[in-house]
Design a binder for this molecule. Structure first.
Ligand code: PHE
Length: 442
């Protein structure tokens, strides 16, 4: 008998756990910061609503009915079509993301451990920038923390869907919600914090129509929701028949978006209150924030909470990224869960070595001169995820007969007409258009 979620809440929290991760805290803050704050947020919200939500419905619908892994699901629904292979993109993509995501998650865990033990505050002469650069360039340390995060994820996924994944998310997710609300509440009371709120919510209208901002918003939306990586197919495959698709998708997408906004309300007001630079880029969480924490009353306690939040959010996403290829291996190669976890976790561990060392010993190993990890993240967010989303949209909208797709989603009337239109036309035109722009504009 195939594994199942113990409860609807368990499924929802596990899915939100997958969606809420480094993307909502570390990535959202710096991409929003670099792309004009409010303008970015506005475009982001429109994309989440018009593309994100419909595609999550499509993924859950595919998974719930076929009750198999992300590769087999497509094959079962369209055995004769060449499009049946589209699932490979998602499953391979998950394994790829897992490998480098774990490296950044390891940085977060290292910062949590250093904040909790107090060593983070022994500032070297060059400040937090120097200590962060020294840490990520170290030939061994980043590997150790990468191994640590991977080992914890593997231990949880080995325990199974209900006993491992669901149980850990049932207590981790409420804890995350509590911490992020606490941090935002605190940041908003700082004198000067209103600049951060304005930055996040007041759009600069010229930036709203800048294709670069739109592209960044789409990449961020796909990454943050975790679209096209077969997570919702796999997790949907463990649903009980009576669980609802559209309602679940709406809660998942809304939860992910609210979380990113509240995390933004924790970060930008603090950055503005302390005179930091909101467009500091990928270093915002590891260099700018520690400085801010150090200068703030009670900041050391808050730093513990922040890095715990970052590590735990990353963990629940890693669990889902691991489960996708594990489910595929179990189904297709007939492996036992334990063997599949060892195989995928081991491969991702090795795959993370080069990106982990790309700031130090392997700094020469890249294509454009940017560190390997950032190159891979760029390709994943702006190419692999949109392509997988496109494949999903074309499969659900065009390859499946409309009647079949409607049955899978269990929808009717206007809602279904709108959803089908978004998946058939809006998503493909939008994704292809933006990718062409990128190709031509460089
Ligand atoms: N959504 C996760 C985050 O925001 C990352 C992720 C991507 C998870 C793709 C699953 C699939 O951090």
């Amino acid at each position: 008998m195939r594994e199942q979620w113990g409860s609807q809440t368990g499924f929802i929290l596990a899915a939100i756990g997958s969606a809420v991760g480094l993307g909502n805290i570390w990535r959202f803050a710096y991409v929003a910061g670099e792309n004009g704050g409010g303008a970015f947020l506005l475009v982001y919200l429109v994309i989440v609503l018009t593309l994100g939500l419909p595609l999550v419905v499509a993924e859950i619908a595919i998974g719930k009915r076929s009750r198999v892994d992300g590769v087999t699901a497509f094959e079962r629904l369209a055995p004769a079509s060449p499009w049946r292979r589209v699932g490979w993109l998602g499953v391979a993509g998950s394994a790829l993301i897992l490998a480098y995501y774990s490296v950044i998650a390891g940085w977060a865990l290292r910062y949590f451990s250093a904040a909790a033990s107090g060593t983070l505050w022994d500032r070297p002469p060059g400040g937090f920038a120097a200590s962060f650069r020294a840490f990520i360039a170290h030939p061994l340390e980043p590997l150790g923390w990468h191994l640590g995060m991977m080992a914890i994820s593997m231990a949880i996924v080995v325990a199974g869907v209900a006993r491992g994944i669901e149980r850990s998310c049932l207590w981790l997710m409420p804890m995350l919600a509590f911490i992020v609300l606490l941090l935002a509440g605190f940041a908003l009371t700082l004198p000067g914090s209103s600049g951060g709120v304005a930055f996040l919510f007041m759009p600069q209208w010229s930036a709203v129509f800048d294709p670069r901002v739109v592209l960044a918003a789409m990449g961020q939306a796909f990454f943050s929701i975790g679209l096209g990586m077969a997570v919702y197919i796999t997790y949907g495959g463990y649903m009980k028949p009576e669980q609802r698709i559209v309602g679940s998708a709406a809660v998942i997408v809304a939860g992910d978006t609210c979380f990113a906004i509240v995390a933004g309300l924790a970060i930008f007001p603090a950055v503005f209150a302390m005179g930091g630079n909101p467009a500091a880029g990928a270093e915002l969480a590891f260099i700018t924030l520690p400085d801010i924490f150090l200068a703030m009353p009670g900041g050391k306690m808050l730093a513990n909470a922040f890095f715990l939040l970052l590590s735990a959010a990353a963990l629940t996403s890693m669990i889902s990224l691991l489960e996708v290829p594990v489910a595929a291996l179990m189904q297709r190669a007939g492996l036992r869960r334990r063997t599949a976890v060892l195989a995928v976790g081991g491969a991702a561990l090795l795959g993370g070595v080069a990106p982990a060392l790309g700031y130090g010993p392997l700094a020469w190993l890249n294509v454009t001169g940017a560190p390997l990890l950032e190159e891979v993240d760029h390709v994943v967010s702006n190419l692999v995820l949109p392509l997988a989303g496109l494949g999903l949209a074309l499969f659900f909208g065009w390859v499946l007969p409309a009647g079949t797709a409607r049955d899978l989603a269990g929808m009717r009337g206007l809602a279904w007409a709108l959803l089908l239109w978004a998946i058939r036309w809006l998503a493909p035109v939008f994704i292809i258009g933006l990718m062409l722009f990128r190709l031509l504009a460089g």
